[in-house]
Design a protein around this ligand. Structure first.
Ligand code: AMP
Length: 356
């Protein structure tokens, strides 16, 4: 098979207008591509740095068709783009990742079953369609359990911890009685993630496993590489490559995992797009994750995923962004700001990378 490379000067279409799209657009520009953002929000970090911007709903078929006519390849920076939108676009232009990867990541139940099917261990889980299912999960898995909506959860939103049967009714109401899953609670010591990339030729490369530290369910810091994982690092990278292969997807797949006290890997969730835990690659890997995605989407061979220097990434949340002059003054800090004007509490405004 001959590799079909889409040459520089061509246009990469990106679904989603957030910071991941912005950094993908910047990486695309570095390789001589133009980008066209499709997003429903009027002001978006990605459209600020893109060649073209379509502001339309993901269900707007004429807008999607016009977008497809204007681009040479399509990727996503947001996994909750409706599957139907990507299915439609895939008939018109290469869509990388494919709609199956998106659909799998959009539903926690489908996602967990898929990840188990490729060899990951997961916490015990079951589908929840009403309070009686929650009571059953409490009984079978033991207290506590975590109830999560199957769809649209992020940064700890759409999830609630349940410790006793008296919490069940309130928890079900809190999640809006949405179809959910109940999970056994994992007593983990650390959270890690691996990002794998797969190109059009089916070649796979993974970045080293990293450790992620959260505050209030939001990623605060990533340590690259994760220290002292021993054989678990290889296992995590191998399973991540099985997961990306099994979906036959072209692009990036990030997998979040827990490490337990007895040194086991328990998978949490996946994202078929660039990932916050890969931002350190912008300054400390041979190829940054955003360039890697552009390479995948444009049919280019993968770049090296080698780490250049142990590093740490820290997210800038909410009004911490006002501290930018201090960060800028530190010669060891690589500062990346997303150009967001409104600094809501907990909102990701930027990040900085530093050698360890
Ligand atoms: P998620 O939205 O699934 O990424 O979950 C957000 C955070 O909640 C994770 O990063 C963990 O810190 C915690 N968490 C999620 N699921 C579990 C679980 N089954 N057991 C213990 N902690 C969990």
């Amino acid at each position: 098979m001959v590799q079909q490379m889409i040459p520089p000067g061509s246009v990469l279409g990106i679904l989603g207008g957030g910071q991941l799209g912005r950094m993908t657009a910047l990486a695309a520009a570095n390789l001589g591509y133009r980008t066209h953002i499709f997003a429903p929000e009027k002001d978006s970090p990605a459209s600020d740095v893109a060649w073209r911007f379509t502001c339309a709903d993901y269900n707007d078929q004429p807008a999607l068709e016009a977008f497809a006519a204007n681009v040479d390849s399509i990727t996503v920076e947001f996994e909750n783009v409706p599957e139907a939108a990507l299915t439609l676009l895939a008939e018109l232009k290469p869509a990388r990742p494919n709609a199956r990867a998106l659909a799998t990541a959009q539903d926690r139940l489908v996602e967990k079953k898929y990840l188990e099917s490729v060899g990951f261990k997961a916490a015990p889980f079951q589908a929840v369609d009403g309070p009686e299912d929650i009571l059953k999960a409490l009984d079978v898995f033991g207290s506590p359990i975590i109830l999560k909506t199957r769809r649209f959860g992020y940064d700890g939103k759409g999830q609630v911890k349940i410790t006793s049967s008296s919490d069940v009714k309130a928890a079900w109401a809190e999640l809006g009685q949405s179809p959910s899953i109940a999970e056994g609670f994992v007593n983990f010591t650390r959270e890690i993630s691996v990002i794998s990339a797969r190109d059009v030729m089916g070649k796979i490369k993974s970045y080293p496993a990293v450790e992620n530290r959260h505050e209030n369910h939001i990623l605060r810091q990533t340590i690259a590489p994760a220290a002292e994982l021993g054989k678990l690092a290889e296992e995590a990278e191998y399973l991540a490559s099985q997961a990306i292969e099994g979906l036959d997807m072209i692009g990036l797949l990030a997998i979040e995992m827990f490490v337990t006290e007895d040194h086991q890997l328990i998978v949490n969730e996946m994202a078929p797009r660039p990932h916050n835990s890969g931002h350190w690659t912008m300054d400390f890997a041979a190829t940054c994750q955003f360039e890697q995605l552009v390479r995948c989407a444009m049919g280019l061979p993968l770049g090296s995923t080698q780490i250049l220097r142990p590093a740490e990434m820290t997210n800038i949340l909410g009004d911490e962004v006002t501290e930018w002059p201090k960060l800028l003054a530190d010669p060891n800090v690589h500062l990346h700001l997303y150009g967001k004007t409104e600094a809501r509490t907990g909102r990701k405004m930027g990040h900085w990378n530093k050698a360890q």
